[in-house]
Design a protein around this ligand. Structure first.
Ligand code: NAD
Length: 515
């Protein structure tokens, strides 16, 4: 065994005064580093273009987190050249060599974990626990994929044939484009990058324009960890300049995307077209949105259900693909659930992330307006129980919002809002609840709170969700424990943090020699 056994990186307990003080001191330190300029990284070179993308703190609108260089056409070409050149050496290294690079990256992140978490507070308005959990997940991806890569260096088991030697092995594919979302700005970015990289591919990383600065911090760690230049290239910039251009490019071998269903479907379609000079079919890995439901039946512990609902719905302002946006509750316990859910939600503090508020600002003005638009629609679709408006402050704050008696066909029951808004729906019985839960185009996460063994077993079989949780919250999948990814239009089920993930980024070759 090369490495010690895998275990998840612990989070932290901010009710402990020392841990809290350390976080606050680190926030102050990182605050001094805000507002700086961050270059592209192409073939290990720091490149600026004179054009900048600005990233502001969603909790304090005028606080500039930093400026990131905007890459465009010329930088795209340079990035492909650098990634192709690096591929020649990186792809033929022993798997162990690349795995060790990930282990070193994980170690560096662990040493700087509070500092990285502080950046997440400033750039995405994560509170302390959400921020440290995001960093811990990034560390886990490196540790887990380093270990998962090792057996892929071994030949596969095939049958013998007399007089021949037959060997079947995995090999990397080439240069891929990595397109993560802004919500797990470190974890998903790191995971979707280092997965393909550890098995020998090289990549162009194009982070979300909402969160480019953390990507630049990540590149510092990549350099420190000793990855050869060009293995991971960073192109920050506008979607209009980079999105289609990278997807359509004839030199793109695969696209590792996580984001909305609209962007995912666009990538799926465009990547299907074989471009002049392109001698392969692009592979696309598309992890997309959710309209995730928690079912509560009449046998359930309603306190447990209300706790699970609050944590799943309002953690990180509901901006998780796994967030509970539908609570489907059996008639008999409906009123009790709504009351307990409301009581808990109204105790949540709303305010700046750097003050560790329970619920902080949503990512930007566009999302803020979009969420408020859904809330207005909700007012005519259901009955407002809580919230329903913006909250005071110098950030994009929206109060935790609960609607009840929402019809199944309502927009707030069908569309992903990606904010702190929940539609509570009434079901006649468990069968009806399951029918409502499955009645969407999405199938990402879901949950059931019940004390009926028979129903929990039925949910295992019939609840359409890539990640189903029974008698707990429906967010917070752990790398290596709950491989993550959905069915239906929630995505291509690549299962990040799962034992099959890395094979997506490899091809199998069979060699026969007759002696
Ligand atoms: P988004 O689709 O707007 O953007 C995702 C990424 O795609 C970003 O990097 C963006 O810059 C890029 N992009 C935008 N237009 C593009 C184009 N034409 N071509 C190529 N790339 C383009 O999504 P978002 O707002 O960043 O993230 C939120 C969404 O992500 C939600 O729908 C959420 O459910 C989903 N999500 C899914 C998972 C999962 O594992 N299934 C995890 C996290 C988030």
């Amino acid at each position: 065994m090369l490495f010690e056994p895998y275990k998840n990186e612990p989070f932290a307990d901010y009710s402990d005064p020392e841990t809290l003080a350390e976080f606050q001191a680190t926030l102050k330190k990182v605050e001094q580093e805000l507002g700086q300029d961050h270059p592209l990284v192409i073939g290990g070179e720091k490149v600026t273009t004179g054009d900048w993308l600005e990233s502001y703190d969603p909790s304090r609108k005028s606080r500039l987190v930093g400026r990131a260089a905007k890459g465009k056409g010329a930088e795209i070409e340079k990035a492909f050249e650098a990634a192709e050149k690096a591929y020649e050496g990186w792809s033929v290294l022993p798997m162990e060599h690349r795995a060790r690079a990930l282990m070193r990256l994980a170690a560096i992140m662990r040493r700087r974990r509070v500092e990285l978490a502080a950046w997440l507070v400033y750039e995405a308005s994560k509170n302390y626990l959400e921020a440290i959990a995001d960093v811990a997940e990034a560390i886990d991806f490196c540790e887990y994929y380093a270990r998962q890569a090792l057996p892929l260096a071994e030949p596969l088991k095939t049958y013998d044939f007399p007089g021949e030697e037959n060997t079947t092995t995995w090999q990397p594919m080439g240069v891929g484009v990595v397109i993560p979302p802004w919500n797990f700005l470190l974890a998903i970015m790191v995971g979707t990058t280092v997965g393909p990289v550890v098995v020998g591919n090289t990549v162009i990383l194009k982070p979300s324009p909402n969160t480019p600065i953390i990507a630049s911090k990540f590149m510092e760690l990549v350099e420190e960890a000793g990855f050869p230049p060009g293995v991971i290239n960073l192109l920050t910039g506008d979607d209009a300049d980079l999105g289609d251009a990278l997807v359509d490019h004839s030199r793109t071998r695969f696209i590792n995307f996580t984001g909305s269903v609209a962007t995912g479907m666009r990538i799926y379609e465009r990547a299907a077209k074989v471009q002049p000079g392109q001698f392969w079919l692009k592979r696309t890995f598309l992890e997309m949105g959710g309209k995730d439901a928690l079912i509560v039946d009449e046998t359930a512990d309603i306190d447990l259900a209300a706790d699970a609902a609050v944590a799943s719905a309002f953690g990180f302002q509901g901006q998780k693909c796994s967030a509970m946006s539908r609570a489907i509750v059996v008639d008999e316990v409906y009123d009790e659930f709504v009351e307990k859910f409301k009581q808990r939600a109204e105790n949540l503090t709303v305010g700046p992330a750097d003050e560790n508020s329970d619920v902080s600002a949503v990512i930007n003005e566009r999302q803020f307006e979009k969420i408020l638009g859904y809330i207005e629609a909700g007012k005519s679709e259901g009955e407002l129980v809580l919230g329903g408006e913006k909250a005071d402050g110098d950030g994009w704050y929206i109060k935790p919002t609960i609607f009840k008696d929402v019809p199944v066909s309502a927009t707030i029951a069908c569309e992903e809002i990606f904010g702190p808004v929940v539609a509570v729906m009434r079901a006649r019985d468990f069968d009806h609840a399951l029918e409502i839960a499955n009645g969407t185009m999405y199938a990402l996460t879901g949950g059931v709170i019940s004390n009926s063994r028979e129903r929990l077993e039925r949910a295992r079989r019939e609840f359409q969700a890539g990640n189903l949780y029974l008698n707990r919250k429906i967010t917070g999948a752990l790398v290596g424990v709950q491989p993550f990814g959905g069915f239906k239009l929630s995505g291509s089920n690549t299962k990040a943090g799962g034992p099959e993930y890395l094979k997506n980024f490899m091809e199998m070759k069979s060699v026969t020699e007759r002696f």
